[in-house]
Design a protein around this ligand. Structure first.
Ligand SMILES: [Zn+2]
Length: 251
């Protein structure tokens, strides 16, 4: 890992040297400042600010979501200067693992911009080895401080999976793979003894909870968490209000 990171950084420096030789813009030069300054953004309002620790990263996402809920979005880091700043290197402060649902775009609901978030999206944030590799990338290679697993209200994928389990009907193609991955949270929700109309929401929350637990135990992520360099938290997005509620399952 260390060797790969050294190579990555060496490559970045080589690219920087080339960019400088052809005349870098002032915005580009600013990207060579210390990390604590690099992660500051120029956007106004609570969505900007340092994100050099897991707690700071979480606070920044909370502030951004407050903007979204209150219809006060600042749309930070969307300028031409920002585009130039991140053209040669990226330092996203958080990874968001969320559903493909068109109504839950992480950059919007957290009021963040270009280069701020690394986003991985699958149906109902189901995952396998390939997806987990993508989730490991930000914290291990780019020092992202926070990994948020974001479930959401009335998730269509979970609704379809629950219907499939109840009716015994197999979904076509690889949709069946998604359903299969949701069986464990479905069974956890069933054990709660809830009425049918609450089963989908309970499965959504169980899926987020189980995903967080699995990622916290991940062989690559666990040491970063133990060292205080990373936190993995669950979250739930309300389609009705736009609010994100964060949670951390028992450690
Ligand atoms: Zn969904």
């Amino acid at each position: 890992m260390t060797d790969r990171r050294s190579l990555l950084r060496a490559g970045t420096l080589a690219m920087a040297a080339v960019a400088t030789s052809v005349g870098a813009s002032p915005a580009y030069a600013a990207s060579e400042s210390p990390a604590s300054q690099r992660r500051m953004t120029t956007g106004a309002g609570g969505a900007a600010g340092p994100a050099d620790t897991p707690a700071q990263a979480l606070a920044r996402l909370r502030a951004g979501n407050d903007n979204w809920v209150g219809d006060r979005v600042t749309r930070p880091d969307a300028s031409l200067a920002r585009r130039s700043e991140v053209a040669s290197r990226q330092e996203p402060f958080a990874v968001v693992f969320s559903c493909i649902d068109s109504r839950v775009p992480p950059e919007l609901v957290f009021d963040q911009g270009l280069g701020d978030l690394m986003v991985v999206r699958t149906a109902a944030h189901t995952h396998d080895g390939l997806v987990t590799g993508s989730l490991e990338y930000g914290p291990t290679e780019l020092d992202a401080k926070l990994l948020v697993v974001l479930g959401h209200q009335r998730c269509g994928a979970v609704t379809a999976a629950v219907k499939s389990f109840r009716d015994g009907e197999r979904l076509p193609g690889h949709l069946a793979d998604i359903v299969r991955d949701l069986r464990a949270p479905y069974e956890e929700a069933c054990r709660l003894g809830l009425p049918d109309e609450r089963l989908v929401e309970a499965t959504i929350r169980a899926q987020t909870r189980q995903t967080v637990i699995r990622l916290r135990a991940d062989r690559v992520l666990r040491p970063l968490i133990a060292a205080g360099k990373l936190d993995v938290v669950g979250a739930y997005y309300s389609l009705d209000t736009g609010s994100v509620t964060f949670s951390t399952p028992e450690r």
